[in-house]
Write a protein of this length. Structure first.
Length: 413
């Protein structure tokens, strides 16, 4: 089976995309989702977060939630808000946020390639979230949340996408968060074959975001193959909805940290102990680290710049040299006592899109004791971790802009 293939997408009817498009299901809580759907009966959040249409105390993993998702999807189909393309296509997809532009391809990616680690991952998944996506796919009989994949920038692919996107887009909307989404269906068989072949020549693709969705797609495919003794591998369930961008167009923002207490230390004692692994300097304002190995710290109403001793950086370790690892290994674990940031409730994480103001506000309020600003993880670092077969620490990357849900869905025939 090819690495990717075209598919007949389920999409908003002409002129309906602005009513349908929604942020990814997992970037807001239930209360925020309920606010987002007010006055928007066709928002795709009614499918991706169907608990918005159920009582507020509903368990988000209750069977009624998935049944409501199917009911809402069927309602959008019956009303003609969503329509299926008549034949398989690729879709060129462009995101624009301010001056940042990235152009990629919507495609069905191979589960077999994912299982064989030709589509490489870099994060652990949480069983409860993975189970949730499995149930969502099974009940809808569709993949509605795209997996965000990355390929090493390739002139052949980039040139095709540049030519396609020079035309007037079929979809051109600006979503509520100010991000512009443009879509160009690709129906020309020669262009489709050229793209399929160009991707087949790549060594690998990389999961940037969507580890739970891709893992769930693999599980659904395995279950359906087991139930179908005559499967050929070409069935639609053997592929998963993806949007694939070149690595050199990615924008990764920092994932900053806050810690609730100082693990029994006074601020002065913490400062004294910090002076061993770090060069510590006071700062007159917020510290946004300018390079790897440098961190901003907000403590006791003041900002500090922390520069880690270079001798402590394991440059030959693709995981150990990440800034999130350096902070964890040299400060958060040994000084603040947080051994497992994946589970310890004393630590919290703030995506870099929110800036540094929330760090200061949450410390000044007394909710948190100390905050740390990090330099963003590089795309090359992410790919190096995936190539090594390792996984990144939790909350290592925050990608912006976010993909939209609802613009293209993959039906499992």
């Amino acid at each position: 089976m090819p690495l990717i293939k075209p598919f007949a997408g389920l999409r908003p009817a002409p002129g309906r995309a602005i009513e349908v498009a929604a942020p990814p299901y997992d970037v807001m809580n239930a209360e925020e989702a309920r606010a987002m759907v007010r006055g928007r009966p066709w928002s795709f959040l009614h499918v991706s977060r169907p608990e918005v249409d159920l009582p507020p105390d509903t368990d988000p993993y209750a069977p009624a939630v998935y049944a409501k998702a199917r009911e809402n999807l069927d309602g959008m189909l019956a009303a003609g808000v969503l329509v299926r393309d008549p034949a398989p296509r690729y879709y060129c997809y462009r995101l624009t946020m301010g001056s940042h532009v990235q152009t990629g391809l919507v495609a069905a990616a191979s589960v077999a390639a994912y299982d064989a680690e030709r589509i490489k991952k870099h994060e652990f998944t949480r069983p409860v979230k993975e189970d949730d996506r499995v149930r969502q796919i099974d009940v809808l009989n569709a993949q509605t949340g795209p997996v965000f994949l990355v390929y090493r920038a390739t002139p052949t692919i980039d040139a095709v996408l540049a030519r396609v996107s020079a035309a007037i887009p079929e979809v051109d909307i600006v979503a509520a968060e100010g991000v512009r989404h443009e879509l160009w269906p690709i129906a020309d068989p020669a262009v489709i074959d050229g793209l399929t072949g160009a991707f087949e020549a790549l060594d690998a693709l990389y999961v940037a975001d969507g580890h739970h969705r891709s893992a769930a797609a693999s599980r659904v495919a395995a279950a359906r193959r087991a139930a179908n003794p005559h499967h050929t591998g070409a069935e639609s369930y053997n592929f998963f909805l993806s949007v694939i961008f070149p690595h050199d167009q990615m924008q990764i923002l920092a994932y900053n940290r806050l810690v609730r207490d100082l693990h029994g230390l006074t601020p002065d004692a913490l400062m004294e102990r910090l002076a061993v692994p770090f060069a510590v300097e006071g700062a007159v304002g917020p510290v946004q680290p300018e390079c790897p190995g440098v961190f901003g710290m907000y403590l006791g109403g003041h900002w500090y710049r922390l520069a880690l001793d270079p001798a402590r950086i394991p440059y030959d370790d693709p995981v150990g040299r990440l800034d999130v690892s350096l902070l964890q290994d040299n400060l958060i674990e040994p000084l603040l006592g947080i051994v497992d940031p994946r589970r310890d409730e004393r630590i919290d994480f703030v995506g870099g899109i929110r800036g540094l103001a929330p760090l200061r506000a949450r410390v000044d309020s007394g909710e948190m004791a100390v905050a740390f600003a990090l330099h963003p993880t590089g795309m090359e670092d992410l790919m190096a971790v995936a190539d090594s077969g390792e996984v990144m620490p939790p909350k290592s990357t925050w990608f912006e802009p976010k993909l939209a849900d609802g613009l293209v869905s993959h039906v499992l025939d």
